[in-house]
Design a protein around this ligand. Sequence first.
Ligand code: ZN
Length: 162
Amino acid sequence: MMNQAERFDRFKVNLNGLYVPKYEALCEYLAEIKYEDGSFWAPYCGIRSANEQDFLYAIGRTRDHKARRKTQAQGWESPHNYGCASDWTKFYPDGKARWDHEFWVDYINGCQQIGLVCGATWKMVDKPHNELKIGLTWAELKPVVLSQGSSAAFALIKAAVK
Ligand SMILES: [Zn+2]
């Protein structure tokens, strides 16, 4: 079972250099909050490849028809594909992650204080999700990646960071 610091390190791997300082600030902020039951905040998803994204998108659509849809974004339409997002929840002493706790406000406050977009505030709520704030939609970057490659998209992200 990974402890909090190990999880912080593991999900920092391959994140975008523009997002890393915010990610680290969130780690620092949430590490300060202690719970009586020994649970702690930690990420469970960071970067995701475009293929992995397409696989997630297919769930509830072209595969596992009865399953709940997991995402609105296809490959290269999610900030996870650019290493600019992470998903978090609380982990408990039994090693398990749980999402049905009542402490989301701690996480949302942290994201807001650091200047990250938090999916908790969206119409299609995605509480565990936070991402880098940019002045573009992630889907707008997809045609750039497909026609000019990912480094062109990364340059656009850099210019659009808020
Ligand atoms: Zn996410």
